[in-house]
Ligand binder design. Structure first.
Ligand SMILES: [Zn+2]
Length: 332
């Protein structure tokens, strides 16, 4: 545990934060001063122009509803669950839809609303919120690991996101943990994603359990008869009850994650590692075995950083969006 960091720990009150999720079909916004959440749902992944139209509509609603009680926003923070270059304020890609490569999202919103716009990968925004207001409070350098459909990370150094040269820092999905491991969606073998992402953990458990009547029955029991909707927390529950399929899958995932983490610790020297996404919902049931492995791999040459579950849950990215203007350099 380090000394309290010197950074500002409040959301910018004159900021509106926006989260763009589910390939652009789910837009969420809140004025940091009011905390009221506003939503838009789109029927299909939008083109960039369709997304801009929906975002402008949503922003108009937030400003109109909050106008009486709260100041006009002086900045926007936008967290995108897609591929973005925060230093240039552009998107590079959005899953399941076309036209997002090199799209000037920040500039388009800035020219419409005449205020500065700060763009960030949602994982980095979520990590920023956890570092400032969640599990990472009182730590200086936080390494945030988000595991869901894929695994990505963000490094928050004294309240500032490390963006890298092109915004591609932290693509842990393709971190090599064992060259002869299973094939990744990218086509290469041995990457972290197919072994340890939340989605891979659930899928691998379903696959392995289907070979055993006992495991299948246990899986259906914990998931309420819907194995395809099983969560990492339920896989952890199965393992704790002694199910060998869940145990095997989780041990592979913990081993692979621990190898990736010990190398990241050597390179980046964080004093806390924060897990976000579905594994965090499993709490110490997921964290403690990973903590034990990390301590063994760190050995005696350095103290093992704290390894904690995130405390902000699904609110983290939107909270982080509100913090971007006060904690991120403006795009150029
Ligand atoms: Zn890969």
């Amino acid at each position: 545990m380090g000394n309290p960091p010197p950074h500002n720990t409040t959301e910018g009150n004159n900021t509106i934060g926006i989260e763009v999720a589910d390939s652009g079909t789910r837009l969420t916004a809140k004025h940091a001063a009011s905390g009221t959440i506003h939503h838009r749902r789109l029927a299909a992944p939008p083109s960039p122009d369709e997304a801009i139209a929906a975002l402008n509509d949503l922003l108009a609603e937030v400003i109109r509803d909050d106008a009486a009680a709260h100041p006009q926003p002086e900045s926007l923070g936008v967290a995108v669950w897609g591929d973005v270059d925060p230093t240039r304020g552009v998107t590079r890609g959005m899953p399941h839809t076309e036209g997002w490569d090199n799209f000037p999202l920040a500039e388009r919103l800035a020219s419409r609303w005449q205020i500065p716009v700060f763009l960030s990968p949602a994982v980095a925004a979520a990590g920023l919120a956890e570092a400032i207001s969640g599990a990472g409070q009182r730590h200086r350098v936080a390494l945030y690991i988000h595991s869901g459909r894929t695994i990505a990370s963000a490094l928050i150094d004294e309240g500032v996101i490390f963006a890298g040269a092109s915004g591609r820092a932290g693509k842990l999905a393709h971190w090599v943990v064992s060259p002869d491991g299973p094939r990744c969606a990218c086509g290469q073998s041995g990457h972290l994603d197919p072994i340890a992402s939340a989605q891979s953990i659930v899928r691998a458990t379903i696959g392995l359990a289907s070979g055993s009547d006992e495991s299948t029955a246990a899986m259906l029991r914990v998931s309420g008869g819907r194995a395809e909707a099983m969560t990492v927390r339920q896989v952890v529950q199965l393992a704790e009850e002694g199910d060998p399929s869940a145990r095997t899958v989780l041990e592979r995932a913990w081993d692979a994650l621990a190898v990736a983490l010990v190398n990241l610790v050597a390179a980046l020297d964080p004093d806390v590692i924060i897990l976000g996404g579905p594994p965090a919902e499993a709490g110490d049931g997921f964290c403690q075995p990973l903590r034990d492995r990390l301590a063994i791999l760190c050995g005696s040459w350095r103290p093992t950083p704290d390894l904690l579950s995130g405390t902000l849950g699904q609110r983290a990215a939107l909270m982080g969006a509100c913090l971007l203007p006060s904690h991120q350099r403006r795009h150029r």
